[in-house]
Design a protein around this ligand. Structure first.
Ligand code: FRU
Length: 493
């Protein structure tokens, strides 16, 4: 084992012990110590789920990328394993960037990732080159492949940038052989996704361009995932430098999915796109196929533009989203909280047909910071209300809110009063389909986050909050007259 990996393992072991469990999310995976970004190598291997992640153990800010590692039987209760990789080879000295994992026929686990190295440019400047690399291991310890790098600039199609060529998502094909999809900057045109094939993992050939940006969705694309679901082809991707498009896409980094089919020649025909998450904090999602056939997605629950504003001394920074079961229904990617979450529920507290008019009310037993809550909202009499809101992580000074304005068909997540002292994005809005003011909502609160599943999972809004854990109240608000039913469970791990 290299000295950098040995050092990282010793450091994380020592420092993570000092972080009390109640200072972390209860059932969302967070950095063992230091910094976490993208989920990597999300896979089921040797009887358990593995999640690796972009990791800089020595600081709560982004830095030379390692791969952190955790395992779980239910995707909710995670156990940390020692860091899997450190930047310790000439081809990844500047970082082991995002990638994926599969199980080989001989039982080993293969990791495929982007190595970043430096090259001297013509003017003497240092430029960072990205190549695709492999490591093999037993589920705990990994050895980087002697034949690395396995995909380089030489394998790029015309116009491809070797500086932006990353995040391979690897899978084994049913008929034998392997495929991987890699993000690349097509110089002057923006991101595109490239599909490669291989018989032996060591030698790769470009098969086709799967999707091209052509300046529509941001600039560079990152972190592709490609699969068939409910008879449709699905491409998940994350885009940098987006411009807003109505309420669909927002400024900055964002996620999108493309839905389509394959033509007779095997090419991908994309018919539509939409955002994956409409909240503030969600990026770089990756999926796994569970042994019982569910396609489950986890994203990094953060936002690149705001993630360096936390207090530098916090011992950990970065958490993953809830695992979400995916479906394609009526031309949309549908997300529902992983069904295993229901096993964490205690006794239900329920109220039916509560009337609320021009003000706020709270209900005995409806409170807490690790909560699963289903709400059905409807107009009290024929007339539409102006606004209905749920406020949580609440005390006299703080709250975070989710609100619904049926007249405008808009929902909003708002963390302005969450205790944030920074001039960052605190609100995001999305368009919502509803039946004359009737709307279903499921809110999942963990200690430092909210994820709102709207309708039957047609839209999701995720946001992190830093509110003190003692702010545990939940209240309902209406402008106008509304009626709602609520069922709430405390979630305990
Ligand atoms: C996305 C990303 C990836 C890259 C990684 C580096 O969030 O920029 O494209 O591999 O983060 O940490």
């Amino acid at each position: 084992m290299s000295q950098p990996l040995r050092d990282a393992r010793r450091y994380e072991e020592e420092k993570a012990r000092l972080i009390p469990p109640q200072d972390r999310p209860a059932f969302h995976l967070s950095a063992r110590v230091g910094w976490m970004n993208d989920p990597n190598g999300f896979s089921f291997h040797d009887g358990q789920y593995h999640m690796f992640y972009q990791y800089h153990p020595y600081d709560s800010r982004w830095g030379p990328m390692h791969w952190g590692h955790a395992v779980s039987a239910d995707l909710l209760r995670w156990r940390y394993l020692p860091a899997a990789m450190a930047p310790d080879m000439p081809y990844d000295r500047e970082g082991c960037f995002s990638g994926s994992a599969i199980t080989l026929q001989d039982g080993r686990q293969a990791l495929m990732y982007t190595g970043v190295s430096e090259e001297l440019g013509p003017g003497g400047e240092l430029k960072k080159i990205q190549t695709q690399n492999l490591a093999f291991g037993d589920g705990v310890d990994y050895r980087k492949f002697e034949g690395n790098p396995v995909i380089t600039a030489a394998d790029l199609p015309e116009g491809g940038s070797r500086f932006d060529f990353r995040d391979p998502k690897l899978w084994a094909c049913e008929g034998g052989g392997y495929r991987c999809i890699v993000a690349n900057d097509h110089i002057g045109e923006g991101g595109r996704m490239l599909l490669y094939r291989s018989d032996d993992l060591a030698h790769w050939t470009l098969e086709r361009v799967v999707a091209e940006n052509r300046g529509r969705l941001g600039l560079m694309w990152e972190c592709p995932d490609l699969f068939t679901l409910d008879g449709r082809e699905v491409l998940l991707a994350s885009a940098q430098d987006m411009l807003p498009v109505g309420f669909e896409y927002h400024n900055g980094n964002g996620t999108f999915c493309l839905l389509g089919h394959r033509d007779a020649a095997g090419g991908y025909v994309w018919e539509r796109d939409h955002a994956i998450d409409y909240g503030i904090d969600f990026y770089a999602p990756q999926t796994v196929l569970t042994p019982d056939g569910r396609r489950v997605m986890i994203g990094w629950m953060q936002n690149w533009d705001t993630c360096n504003l936390h207090v530098k001394s916090t011992p950990w920074f970065g958490q993953m989203s809830l695992p979400r079961e995916l479906r394609v229904e009526n031309g949309r990617l549908i997300q529902r909280p992983l069904r295993e979450l229901e096993a964490l529920r205690g006794e239900a507290v329920a109220y039916r047909n509560v009337e609320i008019e021009d003000g706020e009310l709270s209900l005995p037993g409806i409170l807490g910071r690790t909560v699963d809550m289903e709400i059905e909202i409807e107009p009290a009499e024929g007339e539409l209300f102006n606004r209905f809101a749920v406020r949580f992580a609440k005390d006299a000074e703080h709250h975070t809110g989710f609100s619904f304005r049926p007249r405008e068909s808009v929902v909003k997540v708002d963390r302005k009063f969450s205790g944030s002292r920074r001039a960052i994005i605190h609100q995001r809005r999305a368009k919502v389909d509803h039946d004359h003011g009737r709307l279903k909502l499921r809110l999942i609160l963990d200690r430092f986050s909210v994820e709102a599943f709207i309708g039957d999972g047609e839209k999701v809004m995720s946001a992190t909050i830093g509110t003190d854990a003692n702010a545990r109240d939940i209240a309902f608000f209406a402008d106008g007259k509304a009626r709602f039913s609520v069922r709430m469970w405390t979630l305990t791990v």
